[in-house]
Design a protein around this ligand. Structure first.
Ligand code: NAD
Length: 293
């Protein structure tokens, strides 16, 4: 069993930390919002008031933070992990951030003897809760083996994709699939609705054939019921699509499908829907087909 520092007790981090505790690891939790960390005290976590306390005596530290700037602050900022490295010398950043920034931070932490793994996840809040996330690891194989028992408490599919940054690159490819699959579901449901077909019947029959997809299966019911409660927020998806765009620019690759769906997510945000779940992309199609409330 490991001692794990866990920084970023948000939508995903909270359940991931709970799964680490359930697997028997000692978990030291920290969040810039102190109440978020404190909420895990009754569940067996040690509450850490600082990054240094979260890392103290830890075999590894996991970060689960919104975006690149927050990860940079926690890793390299004043009072951060470069100044207070975990005893075991391993940090796993499970946030979705820039692969290029990940490589820079890996080099900076290597100078203080810490191995940074990138380990972004797919599977959303349900995967975090059930411990069934898909985890995409980039970085050093030996550090990966050290972290493996902790990763196994949080995920089911755990793949070492390649060197530092490769995990984040895989996650960005994953997000292209997420965006375009969701767009495909929206478009099929929008046409079915406009042409007068029962959407649940349509969903069922499509699930039985070559149109079946995770999105249609898991998000279709919420889309049909107009249940837009936040799961994976549109604002977070736009952050990921921004990272996809930056990577595509850096390698000079046109991504026409991604460009279109990014515009549709921006349309959603412009209509005040950034805080809604991903499935609210269907509202964009409501507006195009005059099917709003
Ligand atoms: P969240 O905003 O719910 O949680 C982030 C947490 O980090 C918050 O509790 C916040 O207070 C904390 N935080 C921010 N800055 C901090 C700092 N400097 N020091 C300490 N704590 C700080 O976000 P989330 O939904 O849990 O997502 C986290 C990451 O996982 C993101 O990169 C996201 O893209 C990725 N992700 C999210 C989902 C999802 O469905 N929500 C799915 C896969 C991947």
């Amino acid at each position: 069993m490991l001692t794990v520092g866990f920084i970023g007790i948000g939508t995903m981090g909270r359940d991931m930390a709970l799964n680490l505790i359930a697997a028997g690891h000692r978990v030291q939790v920290h969040d810039v919002v102190a109440a978020a960390a404190r909420s895990l005290a009754d569940h067996g976590a040690a509450v850490a008031d600082s990054i240094a306390d979260a890392a103290a005596g830890a075999d590894l530290v996991v970060t689960m933070l919104p975006d690149t700037p927050q990860v940079e602050e926690v890793l390299l900022g004043p009072g951060g992990l470069a100044e207070h490295p975990p005893a075991g010398g391993v940090v796993v950043d499970m946030s979705t951030i820039s692969p290029e920034a990940t490589r820079r931070m890996h080099a900076a932490l290597a100078r203080v003897g810490v191995s940074l793994l990138d380990g972004p996840v797919s599977g959303g809040p349900i995967g975090a809760k059930n411990g069934t996330l898909s985890i995409m690891i980039g970085g050093d194989q030996a550090a990966f083996e050290k972290a493996r028992p902790a990763l196994e408490a949080m995920g089911k599919t755990i793949v070492h994709v390649g060197p530092t940054g490769a995990g984040q690159t895989a996650k960005l490819c994953n997000q292209i699939m997420v965006g375009l699959n969701l767009q495909a579901v929206c478009e099929a449901l929008a046409l079915g609705r406009a042409a007068g077909v029962d959407l649940e019947v349509l969903r069922q029959v499509m699930l039985g054939g070559s149109a079946a997809s995770w999105m249609l299966d898991k998000m279709g019911p919420a889309m049909i019921a107009k249940d837009d409660k936040a799961g994976f927020r549109i604002d977070l998806m736009l952050k990921d699509l921004r990272l996809v765009g930056e990577l595509a620019f850096s390698v000079g690759l046109p991504l026409p499908g991604t460009a279109l769906v990014t515009s549709q997510y921006l349309d959603a945000r412009a209509h005040g829907e950034g805080g809604l779940g991903n499935q609210a992309l269907f509202r964009v199609y409501d507006r195009m087909s005059n099917q709003g409330e």
